[in-house]
Design a protein around this ligand. Structure first.
Ligand code: GSH
Length: 209
């Protein structure tokens, strides 16, 4: 029962790796290479994920999963555990689903469009202006997340996969300094989650090199 996770330190694989670890699943990591700068890396990944994105997860039965939110829900099913995903009768379930999907449907695509804006807006000046606008929009998207955040975890007393997303995504642009100034609750959640000894090796490998 072994999973294979395609990823890269600090990239989207870091949303899934801590989940595999917390469930105690056996997994190996494959570095996908620089998907933005290396066409060979893109073509290699295209064989398992036509969108050439990570996380890309090969399940123990050989099937491929992409989309971090789908992976999050499926891993909880496979683990038969409610450790990271509240079960359907849990009062926090609706809130969990709402914000999980919000993060992947609203926040995550801003990176797709603004990481390499020239893919969508060929003119360099227009691309720069587009990147700035998408960046501003991304900041706006974080305000409702901050407003909805509980303590000590996003869902209040209940730790969940959302706390793992918050650690990773607050390392991404607009980055920790911005979150400290504009999203203090999310910053505290990120720090508390990162402080848990079980995952320290994973966070270190991904963000603190
Ligand atoms: N909807 C996907 C988004 C994955 C994603 O955008 N991953 C980024 C890395 S953080 C990526 O692979 N980007 C490469 C590209 O956009 O070409 C998910 O939630 O898993």
């Amino acid at each position: 029962m072994k999973f294979t996770l395609y990823g890269r330190p600090g990239w989207g694989s870091v949303l899934v790796e801590p989940q595999l670890a917390l469930y105690g699943f056996d997994y190996e990591m494959i570095d996908c290479g620089d998907l933005f700068g290396d066409e060979e890396a893109r073509q290699r990944l295209a064989k398992v994920n036509p969108l050439m994105q990570v996380p890309t997860l090969v399940l123990p039965n050989g099937r491929i999963m992409t989309e971090s939110a789908a992976i999050t829900l499926h891993l909880a099913d496979l683990a038969k555990s409610n450790k990271l995903v509240p079960s359907p009768d849990d009062p926090t379930r609706a809130e969990f689903l709402r914000w999980l999907i919000y993060l992947v449907a609203n926040v995550y695509p801003t990176f797709t469009y603004a990481d390499v804006p020239a893919r969508f807006v060929p003119d360099p000046q227009a691309a720069e202006a587009f990147k700035t606008k998408v960046g501003e929009y991304r900041e706006k998207l974080w305000h409702p997340v901050e407003a909805a955040a509980g303590a000590p975890w996003f869902l209040g007393n209940r730790f969940s996969a959302l706390d793992l997303y918050i650690v990773a995504m607050t390392y991404w642009t607009p980055r920790r300094e911005w979150f400290a100034a504009h999203a203090p609750k999310l910053t505290t959640i990120a720090k508390t989650t990162e402080g848990a000894p079980k995952l320290s090796e994973i966070w270190k490998r991904n963000f603190l090199r």
